[in-house]
Design a protein around this ligand. Structure first.
Ligand code: GLC
Length: 751
């Protein structure tokens, strides 16, 4: 057969296969729709309202009452129930003793690991590595599903510009593009390739929408977000989650422009359902429906139930306004039966997609996988790639493994619970390997001189300082482990100042005065204002709360098994007074620059009535952050050269290639995260001074160089201008570089 005929035949076979597979998945979803309708037919109103109610066992009136309620079909889901026996027992009641045998959906917060704990999501975001993040969430799903959990309230993908907000720890930082790539990876990791696989877990994109903009960085606070910022920034990672197939969304606590997210028809119906075509299920946040009374948006629980259901919340988490009021609302004709039926359809669809009707029970064998060495090893890899090298004066790092003695100091050097970070329900401190343990293992205990210096991160008691400094003086180098206890970030744990807590800055200063090489390793749940220690230390490594294997990962980096490769997923400010500070800010009519701002200390004592610059800056903090978004150093050096564009212009439907050379001119193989930024110089609304539009993590061997190629489509430059999504002709800047503050510059136009 001629090669031509062969190629025609193979393409015919290919297209037939595609058609069959699409057909197959369409057939599958049609089958599910039929099953949903058939089941809905049999359901009474009580059955339906039961499916729309999720309960925490702690609020169910005791174990026997919970079992009776499940038998009576009063709950469609239980959160915070786990363990093979307990889940199977409850599931058995639902299936064998209730009228319709509808399986329960068991939910839990598995935010960055179940028993194998990975770095906090903000730390994972610093890896800029969707592949390892996806695997981390897959491992989390394997572990939690082995305990009967089939729904996790993750990923949390709230963009925020405010490091005072405790929940910055749980998200992917400030950038919509980076957060979107990670949101996709997390959803795919959680749900896996086959939703009916026993290890598949329903993802839950949260908190829809705008919660990260809580005013003052104070949790649950009011949010005012313009529609351009909502659509161009906040919603991007949620759209990525929806496109990745997230089965559920969670509405937020926040009041969004005067309408609580949990009663917000614009976000929940107009955007999520109508514009995006979301077919999954929306759950409220914990009692966020009844909290609309406190918001002053509803007069009572009946109105709260009405507004939440009308807006599009299908299932109520841990409050009972639906159970208590939907019947009355229907009887009074205030709501249509269709609203209830559609909500139940969305809930049943998720249960059918997960295969819960066929496989509702947990196989006890599955839990043997928990904490297996491969999982822990991956946690070590993720913690390593999440760490960001912020300073390395005179190549202080890596330390030589042949070193005679190392002073290991600080409140987080041996704090197994703190290093796990916030939102850890099931991870155990006993499974953490701390830096102290790891360093003793690596060097031999006799080489490690350990003293805390401060008992915990907020400790102000300096009585151990003298002893600590003396020990440091006897050692060849000092490695200080500090930052924040885990309890200082997470839900409801916001801070007004974001400096190093306690007397840590003073201790670091005392250690610096010894003249010994001083390495400072920070474990924290947010970007801290670390200007003081950044000036004093010889090297600074930001490890976030790095999870179960933070110790070995940090030891690997400190002693050069691998070079740090992480990059900041969030701007580091000089102090709270600079907040909000995000790299993709607008230019303003009076942008400051190096030549036109006035540092406070330079102001003469006597001044005529004048202004000190008429530009947008602060006298004390200036106009640049402490460290820019995307920043991160390496043990080697990377040189960028030869920026080239495939064309100087493209149409609104076109694309161009942008490439550059990156050379590793140092003496160590290492990863570099190469970043692509653009600027739209003029728009129908003011546009950011920079926007991340691509990145590639690449391994470059010492002495070698690689060509990095980005393909930029005109549609990647689309934005919402307050009226419509537009791609506007005009002039653009483009950069390829190591972070948001530097890079090779080029320009192009859209015609
Ligand atoms: C919390 C959080 C939410 C979490 C839920 C269940 O208050 O806001 O993120 O999933 O309640 O624990």
């Amino acid at each position: 057969m001629s090669s031509y005929k062969l190629s025609v035949l193979s393409s015919l076979i290919f297209f037939a296969a595609v058609a069959i597979s699409c057909n197959h998945s369409e057939k599958k979803s049609d089958k599910i729709e039929i099953r949903v309708e058939q089941l809905l037919e049999k359901m009474t109103l009580d059955d339906k309202i039961g499916q729309m109610t999720q309960v925490d066992p702690g609020f169910a009136g005791g174990d026997e009452q919970l079992k009776k309620s499940v038998r009576d079909g009063r709950y469609g889901s239980i959160l915070n129930l786990w363990g093979v026996e307990k889940v199977n027992e409850m599931q058995k009641i639902a299936i064998e003793e209730s009228r319709l045998g509808i399986p329960l959906l068991i939910g839990r917060d598995v935010i960055h690991g179940y028993r194998t704990i990975f770095p906090i999501p903000l730390g994972m975001a610093a890896s800029w590595n969707p592949e390892i993040v996806k695997k981390a969430f897959r491992i989390s799903a394997i572990e939690c599903s082995s305990q009967g959990i089939k729904w996790t309230f993750a990923p949390m993908i709230d963009i925020t510009w405010d490091p005072r907000w405790g929940r910055i720890a749980e998200g992917c930082g400030e950038d919509p593009y980076l957060a979107s790539t990670l949101s996709k990876a997390m959803v795919e990791g959680i749900q896996g390739d086959n939703l009916t696989d026993p290890t598949a877990v329903a993802a839950c994109a949260k908190h829809f929408a705008g919660y990260g903009f809580s005013e003052g960085g104070r949790d649950y606070n009011t949010t005012y977000i313009s529609e351009p910022v909502l659509r161009n920034v906040v919603l991007k990672p949620f759209k990525a989650a929806k496109d990745a197939g997230a089965l559920t969304f969670m509405s937020g606590f926040n009041d969004l422009n005067g309408v609580p997210a949990t009663g917000n028809e614009f976000t929940l119906r107009q955007i999520l359902r109508k514009e995006w075509g979301f077919q999954g299920m929306v759950v409220s946040d914990w009692s966020s429906i009844s909290e609309m009374i406190s918001h002053g948006f509803c007069a009572n629980e009946k109105e709260a139930a009405y507004k939440a259901l009308t807006a599009g919340v299908d299932m109520e988490m841990s409050s009972f306004t639906y159970a208590g009021n939907l019947k009355t609302l229907l009887k009074e004709g205030k709501i249509d039966q269709k609203l209830v039926d559609d909500a139940v359809r969305n809930i049943l669809r998720v249960k059918f997609k997960l295969g819960l009707f066929e496989n509702p029970y947990v196989n006890p064998e599955a839990q043997k996988q928990v904490l297996n060495p491969e999982f822990l090893d991956h946690a070590r890899t993720v913690a390593r790639e999440s760490a960001v090298l912020l300073k390395n004066k005179n190549k202080t790092l890596p330390l030589s493994p042949k070193i005679h003695s190392v002073a290991v100091i600080g409140p987080l050097a041996d704090s197994p619970r703190d290093q796990l970070g916030t939102w850890v329900f099931d991870g155990k401190a006993e499974n953490s390997v701390t830096p102290l343990t790891a360093l003793k293992e690596l060097l031999g205990a006799d080489k490690v001189n350990y003293i805390k210096g401060l008992q915990y991160s907020r400790d102000k008691n300096k009585s151990e300082f003298a002893k600590t400094v003396a020990l440091a003086k006897q050692s060849d180098a000092i490695v200080y482990f500090g930052g924040e206890e885990w309890i200082l970030s997470g839900e409801g744990q916001c801070r007004g100042e974001i400096n190093m807590p306690g007397a840590q800055d003073e201790l670091i200063e005392a250690l610096a005065s010894t003249g010994k090489p001083l390495v400072v390793v920070i474990m924290a749940g947010r970007p801290l204002a670390i200007g003081n220690l950044l000036a004093k230390a010889d090297a600074v490594l930001y490890g976030w709360h790095g999870g179960s294997m933070a110790g070995p990962a940090l030891a690997d980096l400190i002693f050069g098994k691998e070079s740090p490769s992480g990059k900041l997923p969030v701007t580091f400010v000089k102090g709270s007074g600079q907040i909000p500070f995000y790299y993709y800010h607008n230019n303003t009519g009076r942008p400051a620059s190096a030549k036109n701002w006035t540092p406070m200390d330079s102001i003469p004592v006597v001044n005529p009535q004048t202004s000190l610059g008429y530009k947008s800056f602060q006298l004390d903090y200036g106009f640049t952050p402490l460290l820019p978004f995307g920043f991160g150093l390496s043990y080697t050096t990377f040189n960028y050269s030869d920026l080239k564009l495939s064309a100087m212009s493209m149409s609104t439907t076109g694309s161009i290639e942008i490439k550059a050379n990156v050379a590793n001119s140092g003496d160590m193989d290492a990863d570099e995260i190469v970043q692509l930024y653009i600027r739209d110089r003029v728009g129908s609304i003011t546009r950011p001074v920079k926007e991340l539009k691509g990145y590639k993590r690449v391994t470059i061997k010492q002495g070698k160089n690689v060509e990095i190629i980005f393909r930029l489509e005109a549609k990647d430059l689309e934005f919402f201008n307050g009226k419509a999504n537009v791609i506007e002709p005009g002039e653009f800047d483009v950069w390829i570089g190591p972070n948001s503050a530097e890079g090779l510059h080029g320009e192009f136009t859209i015609h």
